[in-house]
Design a protein around this ligand. Structure first.
Ligand code: C2E
Ligand code: CA
Ligand code: CA
Ligand code: CA
Length: 280
């Protein structure tokens, strides 16, 4: 028993070593990724259920590394947060997304928004709102076309600073969405105080909504309460028609998910917009 225990330990240690090695490798490659132009953005459409039209796209970062191949943001974003690289990466994402929307606007007249994910560390910066203002000015994008997605943990880290920064951002004219809603602790009451415009109900509440009555109850209550507080709602991660049909009954205003579209390249977004496709 002792021996096999030791083997298990060795196996575990080797495993840990592998994980640590990959982490170090990723971080060292990550440092050069911006200079190497190794990041790009995909955009996932958000649909207004009433009109069936695309009203916004969420920018989602991708990293194609020469040595490591494609690395998911779920793997590298937490590492970038750990070592502070997320600040520069986040600024790159913001500038790229605003520039891209400006380009779409020259080819497509209807107003759509671009929605950009902000990490907790970005929000923590003293001059975050100024940085956003600067990027808007540099890219020439009107603030009303930009939505920032924040998480509850980012806000609750330092609520006083968050309130100050969110107020400054609102004053610029950008809109604010709370990402992954339901996975943290904040109440809707608290959201209204933070002048949030939208909440995105986390995919985990949608996954079994067509099979689980409790999940229907939770999502319905969230939608109704948010609406009564004049907060918009997006349901995230909608993958099937049965899920969609339940959301229609509430009704939920905005939806996003593979059922409608995966994250796609800028050219594909433009084609979709210009086709005036209506999702039904
Ligand atoms: P998120 O902000 O919650 O983004 C939604 C994620 O769910 C995306 O994964 C998207 O591709 C995926 N998704 C959307 N619809 C569906 C669906 O119907 N089914 C399934 N199974 N998945 C769906 P992605 O692109 O891998 O991003 C993962 C996370 O990485 C994001 O979660 C976000 O937290 C982070 N992330 C991505 N891009 C950025 C960025 O530019 N900055 C920061 N700070 N974080 C980012
Ligand atoms: Ca998001
Ligand atoms: Ca989310
Ligand atoms: Ca998420």
């Amino acid at each position: 028993a002792k021996r096999s225990g030791r083997n298990i330990f060795r196996f575990f240690a080797a495993d840990m070593n592998l994980i640590a090695k990959r982490k170090i490798l990723i971080i060292s490659r990550l440092r050069q990724a911006l200079e190497r132009d190794a990041f790009y953005l995909l955009y996932q459409p958000q649909i207004d259920l009433q009109s069936g039209k695309v009203v916004a796209v969420e920018a989602l970062i991708r990293w194609q590394d020469e040595e490591l191949g494609n690395i998911s943001p779920t793997e590298f974003i937490p590492l970038a947060e750990e070592n502070g690289l997320i600040i520069l990466i986040g600024e790159w994402v913001l500038r790229e997304a605003c520039t891209q929307l400006k380009i779409w606007q020259t080819h497509y007249a209807e107003p759509i928004k671009v929605s950009v994910n902000m990490s907790a560390m970005q929000l923590k910066q003293e001059n975050f709102a100024e940085k956003v203002e600067y990027i808007l000015r540099k890219t020439g994008l009107a603030a009303r076309f930009l939505e920032l997605e924040l998480t509850e943990t980012a806000i609750m880290n330092d609520p006083n600073h968050a309130i100050k920064t969110l107020t400054q951002l609102k004053a610029l004219g950008v809109t604010l969405a709370l990402d992954d809603f339901g996975t943290g602790y904040s109440s809707l009451n608290c959201l209204q105080k933070l002048s949030l415009d939208k909440l995105k109900i986390d995919k985990s509440f949608l996954d079994n909504i067509h099979q689980k009555a409790e999940d229907v109850t939770i999502v319905r209550a969230t939608v109704i309460l948010a609406q009564s507080l004049s907060i918009e709602v997006t349901a995230e991660g909608v993958e099937s028609l049965p899920q969609l049909e339940i959301l229609r009954q509430f009704p939920c205003q905005y939806v996003q998910g593979f059922y409608f579209s995966k994250p796609i390249l800028p050219g594909e977004v433009l084609k979709l917009l210009q086709s005036e496709h209506r999702f039904t």
